[in-house]
Design a protein around this ligand. Sequence first.
Ligand code: FE2
Length: 248
Amino acid sequence: MILVKMLVRRPVFGKHALAPRCADFCVGLGHPERAARSFGKRDVTMSTDIQHMLDRIWAAVEARLDIIRGEAVSKPVVSAIDEPVRESRIRDDFAVLDHLDAALSLAKANVLSDLAEEFDHTRDNIQWSQNLGYTAENSVPGFLEGYAYASLAGPEGPVLCSTPRAGYMLLGPNVTYPDHQHEPREIYLVLTPGCQWRLDSGEWFDVNAGDLIVHQSWQKHATRTGDQPFLAFAGWLDDGDRNGINWA
Ligand SMILES: [Fe+2]
């Protein structure tokens, strides 16, 4: 672990811009000045809050068994990078963000309420994105209006690393995230009830708040919501390119 002094901007998105401040982090990110420059004037933020949140999320992951195979999951070793890599469609006005408050309220009423509270406290430091490979032409109707991802760690930061990618996924009500697949193994830690999952194009099954789901390498998976929004932590256990996700 290397002590890194990072430039922190909080929050720089949307309606709540505040002045930057500095803070110290032990995140193993390399040279402090280079790391600070890499964030510089970009819309990328970082804070001790986010690192702390990641620690708590991964602890919650490691404290349970996945509901498919009953296996335990360990947080991958962090592979740090020095410079951010722009790879996503980043905006602060995705339509699905209208459901963020409702999703957080739902999550706070369920078993991982502590993580929901912590996410709510740091949400202004986090930017929302979509996979550039998902377009109106190749997605099912309504998907791009109903999905967004908030990176906490990965090539775009705010914690800079190639592995593990980690963040929160938000889906609106009555949205289907269609079958897709990718090489890196993946975990989902679900914060809200009422959604369904499908693996290998099989039958849909119910998933509840607190459930941990593991996707094996190249395993097809899909998620759909009912009349409530959905919030979950998603992490990749292996190195891989976000744009290498394929619709299955
Ligand atoms: Fe996935």
